[in-house]
Structures are given as structure tokens and as C-alpha cells.
Design a protein around this ligand. Structure first.
Ligand code: HGY
Ligand code: MN
Ligand code: MN
Ligand code: MN
Length: 400
């Protein structure tokens, strides 16, 4: 019988990022494909029937596939230089839960599956929760096929090299019917459970959030030979976005706005950039507030671009409104777990995408550092096993 932490040790060397620290595992890249193979082997070892859907999501069925299944899982990809737990903990806990359920003589009364979503972080193609957005039709399939990674590889090409037909990408009504309910176990991405001295909790809601690309164009030129007054330097308005993001989010309770990625072209120390792309991640309690924060930042960006003689194009790359998880399901599961706390989260999840179509719930495992999307992300082995035990209880409860 496997433990969640033991299974994490099995994959600890896969996708280690020696430059950034932590892990870089991105949708359909060599490393993520290796993790998918590993998961498939682990599932087959447990007698599960593994299938890949048209969107590259991995399903492992315990018994015959069918509609209205109890489904649990998460993702195996990471942000660049991410932690070991965000995603994989939900996957290894699902495998460990199968072992524990089998040991106690569990027999699925409903179809039962583990599900690993593709490219949850959007670390390669820029759109978070890509596998679940495609499955539910929340992203247009043609637009998705055209998404490119930083090397210019399209999603269509990436799935083709992974052995899938890009024509199969898009809303999958049958797969959606198969999900009767979805439970995602996840490391907590904050200190909520630490403050409550509780190893396990459940999610109540997810902030509205999205990603916007700001593309500034100016004039590339010589860093030494160009007088300051002659410049159209797109780094100027770009840096204004960073400051405006902090300013806008600071004035709204619970709002967050981040510029974590900026790409000057051509990117030379002694070259005034000809263009700069940066990505804004903005989140808040509701749609209107999130939109207002982004509008304020956009207005500041436009003013700064104009002052420097640069052009600005803003593209919304992904967006999702606030998610309120099914309260009935949450209360039922929290009671089955002996009354664990429910917490809101600022992080997005495939469970949040699915929540618009099927009842979903999330089980959180305490993270003593409170850090996530960084190497310091952590969960104690004992808490990981408490997570597996909670998942076992929840899956048992749902198997009716
Ligand atoms: O970025 C997020 O919130 C998530 O972890 N994909
Ligand atoms: Mn994440
Ligand atoms: Mn995650
Ligand atoms: Mn020169």
C-alpha cells in the first residue's frame, strides 16, 4: 500500500529545474509526458483502466467507465520553478486512496475514476486550467489549437507530438456526463489551516481571476547614442504597469494584481527595447471588482504609453468569475470529516472550472510555509497521509 509522500518521492527527480530551483513541468513537454507515463503505470499496477480523452486529460477507471462517476484527481504540471505539491499531491493522494479503499474492501457502486488534467498552470500555453476549460467548452477549440508556447510551438503541434489528434480538442459532452462529482485534493496555498491549527480543510470559494497580456511597442535603438528626449522606450510604460498593479490592488480589499513575467525584445543590456510584453494576473472577490482593478491598471498603462510615444495592445488571455463551491456537497463532506473548516482561496483550480457544470469540492492539506508556486511549498508527510485518509472518507461517502 502506497503513501502519498512515498509516491511523491518516486517522482522527486522528474522535472527538477536546476536553474530556477523547484520544478518546471509543463503541459505535454518531455517532463510532463514522463509523469503521465509514471501515473499510467501506477494506475495499471492497481488494475485501473487508463484512457486519454480528446483533450489530453488522463482518466483511470476503477471498474467499467460510465456516466455519473465519482471522480478525483488534480494535475501533474507546474508553474516555472514551482513546488512539489501543487498538483501532484492531489494525484498521488488519489492513487494512495485507491490502495486504502481496496484494503478496506471498498467496492465502487458508481463508476469511479481518477482524473489528471493537462496544463493546469498554463505554464506553457498561457491559459490556466486548459484541460478542464477544453473539456467543458470554456475555451474555443480553434483558439486553443492556435495557442503557442514561448518557442512558437502551437498546442495543436504539442498534442500531436504527444500522440493525440488536435481535431479532438474541445468540449467533450460525454466526458462531462461521466463526471457525477469531482473532488480535488490540493496543498493549501496560504496559511489558513496553519492559523486554525487544522491539518485538513475544504474550499469554500475561489477569487475571480484572469490573465491579461500588455504588449507595448516603441523604437529599438542604441542605449548610449540615443538622447533621452529622442526615445520611445516601451520599458517605461511597462514599468508603470507594475506600479499601477500594486497601487490598484492595494486600494481594494482582497484584490491581488501581479506582474510576474515580462519579456523585452530584443532583450539586450545596451539596447532600448523595441517592444515589451508583460502579463498581468489580477484577482478579486467578484467580477466587477476584478474588472475595475484591471481597468484602472489599463488606464495607467495607456497614459504611460502615450507619454512615451509607444503603442499598447491589451489582450485578455483567460478569465474566470468567482467560484462558490457546491455548499450542500461541502457541508456533507465536511461533516463526514468530523467538521473540518472551509476556507476561500485565491488560487484557481480545475475543480473551479468544473464547478459550473457538476458538483465539485476541494480538500486542502495544511502547508506550514504558506508558500506556493515556489520551491518552499510544503506539506508534512503526516498531513499528506491525513489528506489521503480524508479523501478516502469523502470518496466512500460519495459512493452511494
Ligand atoms: O494560478 C493559479 O491560481 C492556479 O494555481 N492555476
Ligand atoms: Mn498552481
Ligand atoms: Mn494546482
Ligand atoms: Mn555598438
Amino acid at each position: 500500500m502506497s503513501t502519498a509522500s512515498g509516491l511523491l518521492v518516486d517522482i522527486a527527480e522528474v522535472g527538477v529545474d536546476r536553474q530556477r530551483g523547484g520544478y518546471s513541468r509543463h503541459g505535454f513537454d518531455r517532463v510532463e509526458l514522463e509523469l503521465r507515463e509514471w501515473f499510467t503505470a501506477e494506475a495499471v499496477k492497481r488494475g485501473l483502466d487508463v484512457r486519454v480523452d480528446g483533450n489530453g486529460n488522463l482518466w483511470a477507471w476503477w471498474g467499467a467507465p460510465g456516466p455519473n462517476a465519482v471522480v478525483t484527481g488534480s494535475h501533474l504540471d507546474s508553474v516555472p520553478g514551482g513546488g512539489a505539491f501543487d498538483g501532484p499531491l492531489g494525484v498521488v493522494s488519489a492513487l494512495a486512496a485507491v490502495d486504502a479503499l481496496r484494503a478496506r474492501g471498498f467496492v465502487p457502486r458508481r463508476p469511479f475514476a481518477l482524473l489528471v488534467f493537462a496544463e493546469e498552470e498554463g505554464g506553457r500555453f498561457g491559459v490556466a486550467c486548459l484541460g478542464s476549460r477544453l473539456l467543458t467548452g470554456r475555451i474555443d477549440a480553434d483558439a486553443a489549437r492556435r495557442l503557442t508556447d514561448p518557442d512558437g510551438v502551437t498546442l495543436a503541434d504539442a498534442v500531436r507530438s504527444a500522440g493525440l489528434d488536435p481535431a479532438g480538442l474541445g468540449r467533450d459532452a460525454k466526458a462531462l456526463r461521466d463526471i457525477g462529482c469531482f473532488v480535488e485534493l490540493h496543498v493549501e496555498q496560504g496559511r489558513g489551516l496553519v492559523d486554525l491549527a487544522a491539518p485538513i480543510g475544504m474550499a469554500s470559494s475561489i477569487l475571480a481571476h484572469g490573465r491579461w497580456r500588455f504588449s507595448f511597442s516603441g523604437e529599438g535603438n542604441h542605449a548610449g547614442a540615443t538622447p533621452i528626449g529622442d526615445r520611445r522606450d516601451p520599458m517605461l510604460p511597462a514599468s508603470n504597469v507594475v506600479l499601477a498593479a500594486r497601487r490598484a490592488a492595494s486600494t481594494v480589499d482582497g484584490a491581488r494584481a501581479t506582474v510576474g513575467r515580462i519579456l523585452p525584445t530584443p532583450g539586450g543590456t545596451n539596447v532600448i527595447a523595441s517592444s515589451v510584453d508583460l502579463w498581468l494576473d489580477a484577482r478579486a472577490g467578484d467580477d466587477a471588482t476584478t474588472r475595475a482593478v484591471v481597468a484602472e491598471i489599463t488606464a495607467a498603462a495607456e497614459a504611460a504609453a502615450q507619454a512615451e510615444g509607444c503603442l499598447l495592445r491589451v489582450t485578455e488571455e483567460s478569465y474566470g468569475d468567482t467560484v462558490h463551491f457546491d455548499a450542500g456537497l461541502r457541508d456533507e463532506l465536511a461533516a463526514a470529516l468530523g467538521g473540518v473548516p472551509a476556507l476561500p482561496t485565491g488560487a484557481g483550480h480545475d475543480a473551479g472550472i468544473l464547478a459550473a457544470d457538476v458538483p465539485t469540492a476541494m480538500v486542502f492539506v495544511r502547508n506550514p510555509t504558506g508558500v506556493s508556486h515556489a520551491p518552499a511549498e510544503f506539506a508534512e508527510p503526516a498531513d499528506c497521509e491525513a489528506g489521503v485518509a480524508a479523501l478516502v472518507t469523502v470518496l466512500d461517502q460519495l459512493n452511494r
